[in-house]
Write a protein that binds this ligand. Sequence first.
Ligand code: GDP
Length: 361
Amino acid sequence: MFGKLKEKLKSALSVFSRKAEEQTEEKSVEAAAGEKKEAVLVEEKKVAPPAVKEEEKVELSVATEEAKEEKSIFKKIKQTLTTKTISAEKFEELFWDLELALLESNVSVEVLEKIKDDLKKELVGKPLPRDVQGKIEETLKATLTEILDFEKIDLVKNIRQKKGKPYTIAFFGINGSGKTTSIAKLAHYFQQNKLSVVLAAGDTFRAAAIQQLEEHAQKLGVRVIKHDYGADAAAVAFDAVKFAEKNAVDVVLIDTAGRLHSNVNLMQELEKIIRVTTPDLKLFVGESITGNDCIEQARRFDQLVELDGSILTKADVDEKGGAPLSIAYTIKKPILFLGTGQRYEDWEEFDREVILGRLGL
Ligand code: GDP
């Protein structure tokens, strides 16, 4: 999982630091040559005989003056060389491979810009660090740590602590993103934590979606509230909440339609669901592998319903690894978990350190 980004980062970072160091190597060769000349001049001064003739004295003093002058030039050169910095222009050139590696790994342009800005702040106009690669890695880690820094949502705790049942979670995402599977995975997880669950078949737009949710409900032994295909989705969600209130069910998981192409209708439908059920949590479900599409969907659903967090599915088949970073940065909300397969137990809680570790940082 996420192996490609790690690989690409590694090679891009080493190219960046090698190129940057090549620049310093050139400088230190010149600086070293300066130092050598300086040493020779000092040496020459030392061996000068204590007693000299008048005319020789004049010559010597001229030589000493010249030596002094030369010495200060070398000193100056040395100073400018050792304090040589990466120019903004040079930085752009050096950043190119890293930029390409990040873009190819589904890292969004916004995240890329943030990484670039942070690196620029550390490298441009400052003395080149001794360990360039180390410095870049450290900066990159700090940037990604910041991007993935959000408060963890402890679902089971939140559900248990809520005054009055049920705790309602609505799921948003386009068809095929893994919404139904993720709902089933969470239902299973809640059951394991001794919490009762009811499902709401709120994607009334697709008969297959209702059927699919029913199949999961049957397997898990949970109740599903459904109306006929084409019915009012908000009415389904409302009924599910009423059912939960009446039967003291802990959690209601609401499936919704995901046809982003008919935006206006969908917006009205989702708004209505939210109005009548006031969900405790609104989660976006997106496919990790789809990269920029997934980020765009997250952005649009966030505009529609103001999301509280996201679930990234199919992380098991995502080699690239840029999606979690991009989603987190786009909607600035936590990623709750990663779907890692088709079985109910195939998911892992999102852990920033684990992700950074997978990226080799
Ligand atoms: P929905 O249309 O959004 O409800 O999507 P589904 O839940 O039906 O999922 C679409 C397909 O993706 C199904 O074949 C799922 O088994 C599969 N799927 C869902 N989550 C994952 C995951 O985390 N990993 C993998 N490999 N497949 C998944």
